[in-house]
Design a protein around this ligand. Structure first.
Ligand code: ATP
Ligand code: LTN
Length: 328
């Protein structure tokens, strides 16, 4: 069976190597497995304060990055979440079927809100997983490629699909999160106990970093005591993170990477990791620059929104009808 694949990234900041490994690197193979709906989660970017000009620029950048990673707009739909109004319309219905208790258990909400004063936490941040569930449901997605931090949201979407299908008949498709075998959680280079994240940049490799900057960041990444290059996230989080990055870049298993470096010192190993990342990102950055210059993302986004709306509106109608909203 051909799959329906859907995924999105928030245009909240500079894209990192974590985003690249979780989503962008896999776009080519996703297109071979089924029909892809790939979007820029711009409504989600509003859940934390963001400057309008920065949001606009990040959205363009993200569209160009998707295309540079090999997304073919003729074989898939690339679009802005805000240009398909069905997301917001379905959200207005689905917010009644997810509950406060469930939403307050979401780790992403707990992490993000912990740093804020209660009076500054928007309702949208709390209700984020409802909109995310709608993003997925609208396209009858079967596969949702994400990093580990998003699995909890996809599980909640599955609960919602069950709830709706039990109550109204089988009207929604059951999605499944898909994690990369290697690299589901890339850690910060300066503190390998925390996730590399674009909204909390610390020890990040940004996709726009010049090769010399990438090399410098990797060569000065925090490593662990001892001298053996071994995968042991508990005792050697720094080296394990670098082994993960290397394996993801080369598309090999962690064991294979360990074997390659079993005689190496940390310095030589880090140099090989830097080479691998630069080798992958340099041509990608060149394509990105070309796409930004020729603005080919504009047509891709227009066509994508049209394709996406056609599918999303059908699902929306199905749900509206099922819950009893009068449809002409
Ligand atoms: P934010 O810091 O704003 O929450 P983010 O860097 O986590 O942003 P998202 O837009 O939330 O980025 O995520 C886009 C995709 O990249 C998601 O599938 C997410 O799971 C994945 N991802 C983000 N950071 C990492 C990471 N460090 N390792 C693996 N996957 C990641
Ligand atoms: N919540 C995700 C981004 C996102 C997404 C989605 C991912 C929004 N909607 C639907 C997959 C499917 C995040 O914060 N990374």
């Amino acid at each position: 069976m051909s799959e329906r694949i859907l995924t999105g990234i928030k245009p909240t900041g500079q894209l990192t190597l974590g985003n690249y490994i979780a989503v962008l690197k896999n776009l080519r193979s996703m297109m071979d497995r089924g029909e892809c709906f790939i979007f820029i989660a711009d409504l989600h970017a509003l859940t934390l304060p963001i400057d309008p000009e920065v949001l606009r620029q990040n959205s363009i950048d993200l569209a160009a990055f998707y295309l540079a990673a090999g997304l073919d707009p003729n074989r898939s739909a690339l679009f802005l979440q805000s240009s398909v109004s069905a997301h917001a319309e379905l959200n207005a219905i689905m917010q009644n079927f997810l509950y406060m208790g469930e939403l307050s258990r979401m780790t992403q909400f707990k992490d993000k809100s912990a740093k804020m004063k209660e009076s500054a936490i928007g309702l949208g941040l709390f209700a984020y997983p409802v909109l995310m569930a709608c993003d997925i449901i609208l396209y009858d997605a079967t596969i949702v490629p994400v990093g580990e931090d998003q699995v909890q949201h996809v599980e909640l979407t599955r609960d919602l699909v069950n709830r709706i299908n039990n109550r109204y008949g089988d009207i929604l498709t059951m999605p499944k999160a898909e994690l990369r075998k290697v690299g589901k959680r890339i850690m910060s280079l300066s503190d390998p106990t925390v996730k590399m994240s674009k909204s909390d940049p610390k020890g990040d490799i940004f996709l726009k970093d010049e090769p010399a900057v990438i090399r410098k960041k990797i060569m000065s990444a925090v490593t662990d005591s001892g001298s053996e290059v071994k995968f042991d996230p508990e005792n050697k989080p720094g080296i394990s993170n670098l082994l993960t990055i290397y394996s993801a870049m080369k598309d090999i298993s962690i064991e294979e990477a360990e074997e390659r470096f079993k005689e190496s010192r940390y310095g030589d190993f880090k140099k090989a990791v830097a080479d691998a990342v630069i080798e992958e990102l340099e041509p990608f950055q060149a394509r990105y620059k070309e796409i930004v210059a020729n603005k080919s993302y504009e047509k891709a986004l227009r066509d994508g929104a049209e394709k996406a709306s056609a599918i999303a509106n059908k699902t929306l109608k199905r749900v509206q009808k099922a819950v009893g909203l009068l449809q002409e």
